[in-house]
Design a protein around this ligand. Structure first.
Ligand code: ZN
Length: 156
């Protein structure tokens, strides 16, 4: 019996059953980016509204397994209202927690960063996924999709 693992499972199930920020935003002005994880069949559509340097709104659509959907919900709650820089920091921290060593889309940096569990809050619930490597792409799908959306928002 592990109390923390039970708590983490509860958080993941809660976000799967009651996903936060579910829906769509008008695009444009919002960026609409699709992500797909062929290993599991997960689809995620991220609508992200960036005004100035801030993520003012975010919506999630798509379908997939409980890990992919709860991760997207947790992500949306975590980055909404944050600055783009803060959102990118959170993406980096989350991916460091997931220990994803796949080729980086960003290409900047690459130095190892210490993960501060305090900074992750409920997102720490997803760290149990690391024990199941095949599921890591389920957990990181929405985050990679958000990165693409932020890149497009800043480019355009
Ligand atoms: Zn999945």
């Amino acid at each position: 019996m592990n109390g923390l693992e039970d708590l983490y499972r509860e958080i993941i199930l809660d976000h799967y059953r009651s996903p936060r920020n579910r829906g769509e935003l008008e695009s444009p002005p919002a960026q609409r980016v699709e992500g797909f994880n062929p290993l599991c069949g997960d689809e995620v559509v991220v609508y992200v509204q960036v005004d100035g340097d801030r993520v003012t709104d975010i919506r999630i659509a798509g379908q997939g397994c409980s890990i992919s959907q709860s991760s997207a919900s947790l992500m949306s709650a975590a980055v909404k209202g944050k600055t783009v820089a803060e959102a990118r920091d959170l993406i980096r921290t989350f991916k460091a927690m997931m220990q994803v060593h796949e080729a980086s889309l960003e290409g900047d940096g690459g130095e190892a960063e210490a993960v501060d569990p305090e900074a992750l809050g409920e997102l720490a619930a997803l760290q149990g996924v690391v024990k199941f490597p095949v599921r890591i792409k389920c957990a990181t799908l929405s985050w990679n999709t958000l990165t693409q959306g932020l890149d497009e928002a800043e480019a355009g």
